[in-house]
Design a protein around this ligand. Structure first.
Ligand code: 2P0
Length: 361
């Protein structure tokens, strides 16, 4: 695999002190990434919608060390509150990327970060958080080497984000992202995600995602544990094969706009993800009775109204309702009348597909 292209080789003078800023959204997988090999190499291809309203804004301040050998100081503030619990993840990330970004060893790190979605809402902040941080580093690379192309910035940002958190690789661009080598997509790679731009049916360009916060608690299964459950899982190989087929089918559906096929595939992917967790050792049940009540209500609503609304799930109890924008009014009414009751504090976040991360100059 071509890792060399990502090594930063310029020997230009580094700034003594610099402030970098970016924003990056969360994303929701349609074909799920569940299972990986070292280091952050996915066992199957995944495809996701990039979100818009749910994003992280990060400000990174770098201050040069007096000597490179000095231990790197890390400070992280989430919503203005010091959060030392993030330090190990950042330290691990810096270690993983130093080969590609040797300049990180010259600096002390101060990170200020804010999420637009409530903290402990059950919405993973690692995708938006790690991709925002990767984007800040690419802003630095551009300042050191203004010749660097926009395409390379996006590619390397996704490459770096992946090392922080696999799904973060898919947050850099929009509106649909594919990560992991796939036989039918020449430019695809296990190292970074790419945007699916060609022949996208117009129906998907402003697709809606209303996130029902069924359970805002701490994740029951960490992503590290979750992915490792696929090692030695009795159905693992079949699952990875199935995901490759589902990606092929979804690529066709994204061109044709066949919503019946879209809904079947996306719901089957969500339930398969949970079936993998239910059939692993140790086993986990992440859906709650309220999740099941929501799924049944969605199926009933779809049957009676013929409105093409479907669901997907992350590794938790929350439900993402996916639907075309033209049905927004009816679906929001349905959520208010019939689904909010199953959410913690009746909380729902209305989002839609978006364009990805941005460097803030
Ligand atoms: C996904 N998830 O495709 C799947 C579906 C959750 C359910 O990727 O260990 O935080 O950081 O690479 O990306 C969540 O795992 O895992 C995830 P790491 P990540 O979005």
């Amino acid at each position: 695999m071509d890792f060399e292209q990502f090594k930063f080789l310029k020997t230009n003078q580094l700034p003594q002190k610099i402030e970098l800023k970016s924003t990056s959204p969360s994303n929701i997988a349609l074909v799920k990434y569940w299972g990986k090999a070292d280091i952050q190499i996915p066992k199957n291809t995944s495809i996701s919608f990039t979100l818009s309203n749910c994003y992280t804004a990060t400000q990174l301040q770098l201050v040069a060390k007096t000597k490179v050998e000095e231990k790197t100081q890390i400070k992280v503030e989430l919503d203005g509150v010091s959060t030392p619990s993030f330090h190990p993840k950042i330290e691990k990330f810096l270690k993983l990327i130093e080969e590609y970004c040797p300049y990180v060893n010259h600096y002390h790190f101060s990170i200020q970060t804010q999420n637009t979605f409530p903290h402990s809402s059950g919405i993973a902040s690692s995708a938006s958080g790690m991709s925002a941080l990767a984007m800040c580093l690419m802003q630095l690379e551009k300042k050191i080497d203004p010749e660097v192309s926009h395409d390379f910035i996006l590619k390397k940002a996704s490459f770096l984000a992946r090392l922080g958190s696999g799904s973060a690789s898919r947050s850099i661009q929009g509106k649909l992202m594919l990560w992991g080598k796939h036989a039918q997509v020449n430019e695809s790679s296990d190292l970074y995600a790419i945007a699916l731009k060609q022949d996208l049916h117009p129906i998907f360009k402003d697709y809606q995602d209303s996130i029902l916060l069924v359970d805002k608690g701490q994740k029951k299964v960490s992503s590290t544990l979750g992915h490792s459950l696929m090692n030695g899982h009795p159905f693992a190989e079949k699952r990875f094969e199935q995901a490759q087929h589902n990606c092929s089918d979804l690529l066709e559906i994204l061109k044709s706009g066949n919503l019946e096929a879209f809904m079947t595939l996306v719901e089957s992917e969500a339930l398969t993800l949970h079936a993998m967790m239910m059939s692993s050792r140790p086993y986990f049940m992440l859906m709650t009775t309220n999740t099941l009540a929501v799924l049944n209500a969605i199926w009933e609503f779809r049957k009676t109204t013929r409105i093409p609304v479907c669901f997907t799930l992350d590794a938790g109890a929350n439900v993402h309702l996916l639907y075309p924008k033209q049905h927004q009014k009816n679906v929001v009414h349905f959520i208010d009348q019939s689904l909010k009751q199953y959410c913690e504090n009746q909380q729902v976040i209305h989002d839609e597909v978006g364009k990805g991360a941005e460097i803030i100059e």
